[in-house]
Design a protein around this ligand. Structure first.
Ligand SMILES: *Cc1c(COP(=O)(O)O)cnc(C)c1O
Length: 402
């Protein structure tokens, strides 16, 4: 048989950085008739979701659930802590920090963005300078994205807390863990994070549609000091509901709650530390292959240094138009979908077609990662894109612990 036989038929693998692979357990939990939203199983189940969410976030403080994607959680965090005219500091390592700052601007909040580009983590010295220069404490919050999904940079949240403490600066520390919650080690309370936002469709292994805002007492006090808070986004009734409706500001996201129950059972069944370790091990497997491919030929990992790479997403550059050619080939021939490059080059520009990303967040295991890597290797070979050898062997060595 020639190599042109199409082998795409079979279970498709969506290896993009969100939405991620939804486990059968979650799908099956959601596949049910509409439940009663006034009493019974759904109502009884919901209170138990909050402590299990808090365990994923490593916080003993408050949690609110919203019927929204991550953009909604961004807005919720801002609406509960800030008002028009307030200033926020936004160190940026990619598109999502910029997106959150634009969300703030839309609410009339002034933003000071420290843009560190798309391949570097925060320059802590420059963040410290900005905090030290703010002697009047005009900065009310620092918005930090833990893993910027566009660049695959992982930033140092505990380090950012230290800067605030060293400067004696009272600004709230607000963190976007949309790409990292349930994937990367994150310690909300130990690291001194005041507000954390996340969403359902990445490490939490669910369809998009619900999001989460976690906040401590300092942030709760900032909320109470505001003259008014958008009724829908107000986190207070959601975190301290008198009746079931208040959890959600209206009708409950019924099926998502059953899905969330199943997803949390899976995470706590594995053990959150084990979940984090699995992500590290699978990321190192992927990196071994990418580094081998890149040893000869155009493929380049966007983040050169291992300690600042995300364990949930990998951004790659192979030169235009081969990024798009490779994505198309593996989708059409292997049943494997890779992520587009985001924020690395303007969409529509020729360069845009050089970038792509691998999502390895949530419900992913060793054989899936080997399928992902094998599919890419086949695509590189079929398209005559030059690449270093031994990538799959390097990856299997990591998996084998050698
Ligand atoms: C996906 C993502 C978002 C946006 O989430 P939506 O659900 O698409 O609104 C924001 N921040 C990060 C880090 C993300 O990965």
């Amino acid at each position: 048989m020639s190599g042109s036989v199409n082998v795409a038929t079979g279970r498709q693998y969506l290896a993009i950085p969100g939405p991620s692979v939804v486990p059968d357990q979650v799908l099956q939990a959601m596949h049910r008739p509409s439940p009663n939203i006034y009493a019974g199983a759904l109502v009884e189940m919901t209170a138990g979701l909050i402590p299990d969410l808090r365990r994923v976030a490593r916080t003993d403080h408050h949690a609110a659930i919203y019927i929204s994607n991550g953009h909604g959680a961004w807005e919720a965090a801002l609406q509960n802590t800030l008002q028009p005219g307030d200033l926020v500091l936004v160190p940026s390592s990619g598109q999502f920090a910029i997106g959150w700052s634009e969300m703030a601007q839309g609410l009339g909040i002034e933003t000071k963005v420290l843009d560190f580009g798309t391949s570097a983590p925060w320059d802590m010295a420059r963040v410290a300078e900005a905090l030290a220069a703010d002697t009047a404490h005009r900065i009310k919050a620092v918005l930090g994205v833990h893993v910027d999904t566009s660049s695959s940079i992982r930033n140092d949240i505990a380090g950012l807390r230290r800067l605030l403490d060293e400067a004696g600066h009272p600004a709230l520390l607000m963190v976007d863990c949309i790409a990292s919650l349930g994937c990367e080690r994150f310690e909300m309370d130990t690291w001194g994070v005041d507000v954390m936002v996340s969403a359902s469709q990445k490490g939490l292994m669910m369809p998009p549609g619900i999001s989460f805002v976690f906040f401590n007492d300092k942030a709760a006090a900032a909320r109470r000091a505001l003259p008014r808070v958008s009724r829908y986004w107000d986190w207070e009734p959601r975190a301290n509901p008198q009746e079931f409706y208040q959890y959600f500001g209206g009708t409950a996201p019924t099926h998502h709650l059953y899905g969330l129950r199943a997803a949390l059972d899976m995470i706590h069944g594995e053990g959150i530390e084990n979940t984090w370790n699995r992500h590290v091990h699978l990321a190192e497997t992927i990196w071994a292959a990418c580094e081998a491919w890149g040893a000869d030929g155009p493929l380049r990992m966007n983040v050169a240094d291992r300690p600042i790479r995300s364990h949930a997403v990998t951004a790659l550059d192979i030169g235009a138009p081969d990024g798009t050619r490779l994505r198309s080939w593996v989708e059409q021939n292997m049943g494997l979908t890779l992520g587009i490059g985001l924020g690395m080059a303007p969409s529509g520009s020729p360069d845009w077609h050089g970038y792509f990303r691998l999502g390895h967040m949530g419900h992913v295991n060793g054989q899936m990662v080997m399928g992902l890597l094998g599919g890419i290797e086949a695509g590189l070979t079929a398209l005559d894109i030059p690449h270093g050898g031994g990538a799959l062997e390097a990856a299997t060595k990591v998996l084998a612990g050698r």
